[in-house]
Design a protein around this ligand. Sequence first.
Ligand code: PMV
Length: 306
Amino acid sequence: MLIVSAPAKIILCGEHAVVYGFPAIAMPVFGLRARATVRPLDRVDFRIRLLDTGETLVLTDTDHPFISLVHRATRAVDRPVPTGIEIDVSSDIPIASGLGSGAAVASALVKSLFQHYRLESDLTRINALVYEAEQAFHGTPSGIDNTVIVYESPVYFVKGRDIEPISLKGKYHFVIANTGIPASTKETVAKVRVLYEQAPKVTGETFENIHSLVDQSRKALTVGDNEWLGSLLTQNHEQLQKLSVSTKQLDLLVAVALQAGAYGAKLSGGGGGGNMIALVSQDKIESVKSALLRSGAKRVYTTILE
Ligand code: PMV
């Protein structure tokens, strides 16, 4: 039996602007993972069992993104689809909540196939395959989700460029809170596009402001300055408010985290619901978490970047 897993992700800063070629920083959330478990079958067959939904997929389900991914992955490495195996897929990453659940499952699936064939883990190729699966789910993703999830390291990402890993100094504690409001990244990305078309100058300036905050955030991470990073994240939230992708609930949770002593806080990902993140000192984790829960957050997680 072979078990391969992939982490969830969160966007630290630069979301939305990244769609237009500006940089963004994303990081893995190692504590939440998707898993692919490859088991032998006693017959010539290939199946994927999605344990969380109870669905079973077979090779003729070519409309399903995971099966089409299997076909593309096997073609890409010039191997036949393996027979006599069943891949169990499960995930502790909540779906449609901006944590990259689809990309994590796709990454675990492709990595499990590559390991089954005993192929070198060619991350560039795996990333390209997972990106195509993301396109099937989301339309025109920037590619940041699949990149951070496949590489399992924080990245400074610019669409179409080679990835730049970030050399971190120090430790960063994050609280992630989910509003419980389903967010459609496709919709908020479309909303920003309309805004950009209607007000190109102002929206372009907002993207430039975000660009500068992302570059400063990278610097803060490389010098280990939590306070500086926190302030940059809060400023990034204000820019996202200008793009109209925040909501009352996200603004409330950001304010509550700051009042509870966080270094900084912002919405994370597409907005319109979904998640916010707060950068906190270790001794403030519990108080920020409970303040967020008291103010209506549906789920809270913590993750450490070091
Ligand atoms: O909602 P998430 O966490 O998948 O993030 C979306 C990030 C955007 O920049 C809004 C879109 C993208 O494709 O990068």
